[in-house]
Design a protein around this ligand. Structure first.
Ligand SMILES: Nc1ncnc2c1ncn2[C@@H]1O[C@H](COP(=O)(O)OP(=O)(O)O)[C@@H](O)[C@H]1O
Ligand SMILES: [Mg+2]
Length: 284
């Protein structure tokens, strides 16, 4: 079982190495990086290229670790017990009917090996990663309501992503293989764009990339645009049929690019960029 990249996803050498290291170690792969650098898509692509189904668990600030294991729906059981039909009371007797299996339970009991994505783990509270340590380590947990031990038939291939909004506990980190997806350099970015827009005109792409990196490298930006923003912007440039001349300034001065809202997402950043453009024009 080896990941060698895929047609839709540009994986750098070190990223492929990290994926394979996690597979070899049988440890979760913890992927960090700026939003929009392909963390979620990595899990989807690895699963697809290894032919594994992918179970996804998208974490919110209110998500609890227990929800990934199972939840006991006592309210439905009580309601069913009050609606006293005959088949209903049969159902009420068996507690299994009221256990909602979480993604970990599903992953552990799947017939074939599966991949499991725990997406944006840093959204949850600090206890969340710690609460999952044992389950991810031993690949088993106990269901008190049904008195059964749920143990993984096959060890799932686990991906955990983080946007780095919170630090993760050391005990948790110890159990993962870690990879940071660096922001793609120009060559890699070119490849990524090629995957999404194979027939984009060379000149337009070159001009757009130049503008994109100018915007991105502006010192003091609150939110730097990333890969997904560039792709959105290119899509718009193509859809709106923006002519090349609008992007290329003759004298190599910075000008305000069209559809800037695809790249910069808050007014301070836009103002900052406008100032730069103004300064440039004065220096003419
Ligand atoms: N290496 C890559 N190859 C191809 N497309 C990419 C790559 N990285 C990012 N993308 C594009 O950027 C989008 C956002 O990626 P996503 O996985 O949602 O980012 P993240 O989870 O890191 O926020 C994807 O839908 C994909 O279109
Ligand atoms: Mg994501």
């Amino acid at each position: 079982m080896k990941f060698k990249g895929s047609e839709n996803y540009v994986a750098t050498q070190d990223l492929m190495l990290a994926v394979n290291a996690a597979i070899t170690l049988k440890r979760p792969l913890l992927v960090k990086g700026e939003p929009g650098t392909g963390k979620t898509m990595l899990a989807e692509e690895v699963a697809a290229s290894l032919g594994m189904p992918l179970l996804q668990w998208h974490i919110k600030s209110t998500t609890k670790a227990q929800q990934g294991l199972y939840e006991y729906d006592a309210v439905s059981r009580l309601r069913d017990s009050q609606l006293s039909s005959i088949e209903g009371s049969e159902k009420v007797k068996d507690i299994h009917n009221y256990i909602l299996k979480g993604v970990l339970w599903q992953a552990f009991t799947a017939e074939e090996p599966v991949a499991l994505l725990i997406d944006e783990i840093d959204k949850a509270d600090i206890e969340f990663p710690n609460d999952l340590l044992r389950e991810l380590d031993r690949m088993e947990f106990y269901c008190y309501e049904t008195r059964e031990l749920v143990r993984a038939k096959n060890r799932p291939l686990v991906f955990i992503t983080s946007n780095n909004e919170k630090e993760l506990p050391d005990a948790f980190l110890r159990r993962c293989f870690f990879h940071y997806i660096k922001f793609p350099d120009a060559t890699t970015m070119q490849q990524i764009v090629d995957v999404h827009f194979p027939s984009l005109k060379k000149e337009l792409l070159a001009a757009a990339m130049k503008t994109f990196y100018e915007v991105r490298n502006l010192p003091g930006l609150k939110k730097k645009p990333s890969t997904s923003e560039l792709l959105d912007w290119l899509k718009l440039l193509v859809a709106e049929d923006i002519p090349l001349e609008v992007l290329q300034s003759k004298d190599d001065k910075v000008s305000l690019p069209p559809l800037l809202g695809a790249l910069l997402k808050n007014e301070q950043d836009v103002t900052l960029f406008e100032k730069l453009v103004l300064m440039n024009q004065r220096n003419r």
